[in-house]
Every structure is written in structure tokens, then in C-alpha cells.
Design a protein around this ligand. Structure first.
Ligand code: AMP
Ligand code: MG
Length: 545
């Protein structure tokens, strides 16, 4: 281990490792792959790396940890967040979880390449867990190496921060560190392995607990451990629910149900946010679902460019498209049903769980109405006419290749005029011209259909009665100008692999203000260029990372 100096800020981090102190530990402390039963975690240290080097850090996440720029730029920072050095108070561990992968129960998975460093309490009393992704093997690594490459780490680092600034619940990323080592990956599992630069991301969240953490104990009928983990989660992550482990069974059950309802509610809001911004997670396995309703595990995710509800970025899922954009809300519900099954033995009654699952649908619908209304610049969406107005727009967006982000952004500048005769389809097509990938697709039939929609929309906007400035502000607050387009991430990866980190910093900085026009950064709002259509990393990704 290296003894580089690090800053006062790092020394001051106050660790309070409640997960480790309150939950049962795996008694084995050697680091070899195994099934771990009757425990929630195994103690395991990060594997030291050759030459850790900081590529980027998030100043917002640093300040959540009460760290400033000098703390992050001190040489010791990369040592700690590359996995070479533990700070006083860190107690590294990997947790056990299971999960349904692509609809099938997969048994024990666990933190195969995530190592938790511990939980800190910041100046505001907030609890935050720190987790290294790619810091070496753990008992849960199964057949894999526990490592991560620059390509996928950069995507996780940038997207976590971009999502946060878009207002989408997510785990955060403190740092992106190169390890100075090479990691061999076969990107498309097609017999073309190549060495890639190794990297480690430090993720930060109040907790990294997943649906699969509960499922594994239920699947093993280990109700004692399940109950402990539930009690821990309620006390630590959901204190507002007032759980009391000493209360009579009926009272505890009522809290379990209230908690499940809350998880359903948060998951519904998360799904609605993904749909609003055009994010496709790509691998919505139950082990990739956060109990806090955060976006977690950025792998082969992607952003919808042309609006296509059937699109998935994940080539591993190309055949069935289980995790396609348009199916995400239903899959989230399916995942909640699996969580309900896992919690059932503690509650022993189906109706309250079913009621919570019904509430998922209601919350999702309501959240979508609010968000789609705002995207359209309307105060609300209600009734069959509004549903039809929205449905027809989505149909139009899918009818020919239309960029979702650019279309909605430009729509804010549409003026409905005084009456039908003021609606000018040519002027409108000029307004949204940027959004069309293949302008030649705009034929007579499309123009007519768009014109009919536009007249209905104009009438609806007039009836809504907001001032143009108000309407524009509403729309600009929910329709981003900048998202982490797949090809932009790939360009940053290409440059970074060649040693130039400038694009990472430019993206990180731009995506801090995704709703604000940033003169000089138009190139970061541009739709996918033609070369990116079929290029690996831009429109196709795999789970290899
Ligand atoms: P994911 O597809 O990233 O959600 O991962 C599914 C499971 O595989 C989790 O248990 C991960 O920790 C594990 N895993 C993925 N990649 C690796 C790797 N390179 N080394 C060890 N475990 C991994
Ligand atoms: Mg995962």
C-alpha cells in the first residue's frame, strides 16, 4: 500500500458503519467465491492497483461529503478512491443479494465488483454510503474478475451526475479513477477480447440496498435474516415510518405494508421520470432496482434519440426487448411484484400488498399526466380529448424518425395564434426541423396528420390560457436541452482512451444545467449524426463492462 499524503478533508470524514455493525456478517473473511448464507455481507478489501489517477470528480458530490477541490485534487484522493488505501473508519465489505435476471430467478448474485467503504455522516447529519465499483473480486464475483473498464465507468460517472441535474432520482458518482492497469473485455461477446484501461468509480447514495437484497433471504426461506434486513432498512433508510422492532406483530406488519407502499410510490415516480427524459435503463433486473427508488447500476443504458417505444440499447436483450423504453413502467411493476413475494412471509396477507401494487399504477398515471402536461406546456391533462391529443403526438413522433428531446424543446417556441387560420404548418416544420433525422420522410400524409394535430394542440394551448412566457418556462423546466446522448458519451470515451479527458469535463459541466441554453455548446445538444447510427457504444451496447 502506498503512503501518499491526503488532505485534511478526507481525514475528517466521519464513518458510522451501521450496515456492518447491525447486520449479520459472513464469518468467513477469506476472499474466494462462495455462497454466503445467514448473513448480509462479507468483509473484503479493495485490491490495490498499479497507478491510480484521478480523471474526474463531481464537485457537488464532494461537497455532500464536506470535501472541497483541494481535497479531491490531493494525490491521496486517487489512492483512496482507486482502492489502494483505506481511511481510518472505513470497513470495506460486499453485500449479498439475489435477483431475477431477464425474468428468471438467478439465485445469489451480490456485490461482485462493488466494495462498500463504509457510511459517513456529513455536516448536515445526512448518511451517505461510499461504494467503489471495479475495485477487485469479492466472494460474490462468481466467474468474473471484479474489475471495470474506463468505457463503462465513464458512462456511469457522467450519467449519474447528468440524471441528478435533470431531477431524476439516482445514485451519485464522486470520482472516476484510472487504475493504471489493463482489463481484458470482449465487448460484444463475439470472440474479440481486447485490453482496455481499468477504472474505478466511487458511487455515493444514502443506501445501495436493492430489491434483490430481500429476495435472496426469502428464496432461501431464511426469514430471520430477512426480518433483520427489513428492520435495518426501515430504521436507517425510512425513519419517517416510525418502525419499532419491539412493537406487537400487528403494528410491525402495518409498517411493513406502509413501507412497501412507499417503495411502490417511489418506483412509480422513478419510472415516470425515466419516461419524461427518454432514459432507457437497459437491465431492469430486480437486483438493479433500488429500494429508495433511485436509478442504480448504469450499464448498457441509453437515451432515446428518435422516439421509438420499442428501442433498447442493450444488445444482450435485442431478441425479446424486455427492457425497451415503452415497457419500463410495466417491468418496474413486475419487479415490485417480486419484491412483494419476498416480503409476503413477513406480512402473511396478500390484499394489502395487492393494494400497494394497484397504487403503483395510480401513482405512475398521475405522475405521467403531470409530466406530459408540462412537456406540452399545459396546466394539466384530463379527459379523453387530452389523452387523444397526447397519444396522437406520440404516434407522430414514432411515425418518422423524430428526436424526442429536440422536438419537445422546440415545441416551447410554438405560438398558437388567435385561431385555426393562424396555424402555419410550414412555419412549424421550420421550428422543429432540427428534430427530424430523415427530412425526406416528411411526406404529404405526414404533413396533413401533423397539421391536424397542431390545430388541436393550438386550440388546447389557447384554452389553457397561460401566457407565452409562462408556458415556455414550464416547458423548458421539464424538456431538457442537453442529455447524455449515446454518441456524446462514446466520443468522450474515444478521447479518454487516447488520453484526452477534456470531453468528460465539458460534458460534466454542460450537463450540470441541462435545461439552460448554453451558447457555444450547441454541438452537445445536436442529434445523433449518421455515423453513430450503427456504431458500437452509440446505438448498441452490451452488458460487458
Ligand atoms: P449487472 O449486470 O452489472 O447488474 O451485474 C449482475 C451481477 O454480476 C452482479 O452481481 C454484479 O456484481 C456481477 N458482475 C458484473 N460484472 C462483474 C465483474 N466484472 N466482476 C464480478 N462481478 C460482476
Ligand atoms: Mg447490477
Amino acid at each position: 500500500m502506498n503512503a501518499e499524503p491526503h488532505s485534511a478533508g478526507l481525514e475528517r470524514l466521519r464513518f458510522d458503519n451501521r450496515f456492518v455493525s447491525e447486520l449479520p456478517a459472513d464469518p468467513v473473511t477469506d476472499n474466494y467465491r462462495r455462497a454466503v448464507e445467514g448473513a448480509c455481507y462479507s468483509k473484503v478489501a479493495p485490491t490495490p492497483v498499479a497507478a491510480p489517477r484521478l480523471v474526474a470528480y463531481s464537485s457537488e458530490v464532494a461537497s455532500m461529503l464536506d470535501l472541497d477541490a483541494s481535497d479531491c485534487l490531493a494525490p491521496g484522493f486517487a489512492e483512496v478512491f482507486g482502492g489502494n488505501r483505506l481511511l481510518a473508519g472505513m470497513l470495506p465489505y460486499a453485500t449479498v443479494y439475489g435477483g431475477h435476471q431477464f425474468g428468471n430467478w438467478a439465485g445469489q448474485l451480490g456485490d461482485g465488483r462493488a466494495i462498500n467503504l463504509g457510511e459517513i455522516i456529513n455536516r448536515n447529519g445526512q448518511r451517505l454510503a461510499l461504494q467503489l465499483k471495479g475495485a477487485g473480486p469479492t466472494p460474490y464475483s462468481r466467474g468474473a474478475d471484479g474489475l471495470a473498464v474506463l468505457r463503462s465507468s465513464l458512462r456511469e460517472f457522467l450519467c449519474s451526475e447528468a440524471m441528478h441535474h435533470l431531477g431524476v432520482p439516482t445514485t451519485r458518482a464522486l470520482s472516476l479513477v484510472l487504475t493504471g492497469e489493463q482489463v481484458v473485455r470482449d465487448m460484444f461477446y463475439d470472440g474479440h477480447p481486447r485490453p482496455e484501461p481499468g477504472a474505478v468509480v466511487c458511487r455515493v447514495a444514502p443506501s445501495f440496498t436493492r430489491f434483490g437484497h430481500f429476495q435472496i433471504h426469502a428464496a432461501r426461506q431464511d426469514l430471520a435474516t430477512l426480518e433483520k434486513l427489513v428492520a435495518y432498512t426501515l430504521t436507517t433508510d425510512f425513519p419517517a415510518l416510525g418502525f419499532n422492532a419491539q412493537a406487537p406483530l400487528a403494528a410491525r406488519k402495518a409498517v411493513y405494508v406502509a413501507w412497501f407502499r412507499e417503495v411502490c410510490r417511489r418506483t412509480a415516480l422513478l419510472a415516470a421520470e425515466w419516461m419524461r427524459v427518454g432514459f432507457v435503463h437497459g437491465v431492469m433486473n430486480t437486483d438493479n432496482m433500488s429500494i429508495l427508488g433511485l436509478t442504480i447500476d448504469y450499464g448498457p443504458y441509453g437515451w432515446l434519440e428518435n422516439f421509438d417505444p420499442d428501442w433498447t440499447p442493450n444488445t444482450t436483450d435485442a431478441q425479446h426487448r424486455r427492457y425497451r423504453y415503452g415497457q419500463q413502467p410495466q417491468i418496474a411493476l413486475w419487479n415490485l411484484v417480486q419484491l412483494a413475494n419476498a416480503l409476503y412471509p413477513l406480512i402473511d396477507e396478500a390484499p394489502p400488498l395487492e393494494a400497494a401494487l394497484d397504487a403503483y399504477g395510480e401513482t405512475y398515471q398521475e405522475a405521467m399526466h403531470t409530466r406530459m402536461a408540462a412537456k406540452l406546456g399545459l396546466r394539466s391533462l384530463s379527459g379523453a380529448d387530452d389523452e387523444a391529443l397526447l397519444g396522437e403526438l406520440l404516434g407522430l413522433l414514432a411515425a418518422i424518425e423524430t428526436d424526442m428531446t429536440l422536438f419537445f424543446r422546440a415545441l416551447a417556441d410554438f405560438q398558437p395564434g388567435a385561431d385555426d387560420s393562424a396555424v402555419d404548418i410550414d412555419a412549424f416544420l421550420r421550428l422543429v426541423a432540427e428534430a427530424y433525422y430523415v427530412p425526406a420522410e416528411i411526406d404529404g400524409a405526414y404533413r396533413e396528420r401533423l397539421g391536424a394535430w397542431l390545430r388541436r394542440y393550438a386550440a388546447r394551448v389557447r384554452a389553457d390560457g397561460q401566457s407565452p412566457a409562462q408556458r415556455r418556462a414550464t416547458m423548458h423546466a421539464v424538456n431538457p436541452r442537453y442529455v447524455l446522448r449515446n454518441y456524446l458519451a462514446q466520443l468522450a470515451i474515444d478521447a479518454a482512451e487516447a488520453g484526452d479527458y477534456g470531453k468528460i469535463h465539458e460534458l460534466l459541466d454542460t450537463l450540470r444545467h441541462p435545461y439552460t441554453e448554453q451558447p457555444g455548446r450547441e454541438h452537445l445538444a445536436a442529434k445523433r449524426p449518421d455515423w453513430a447510427r450503427q456504431r458500437a457504444g452509440c446505438s448498441m451496447l452490451s452488458c460487458s463492462s
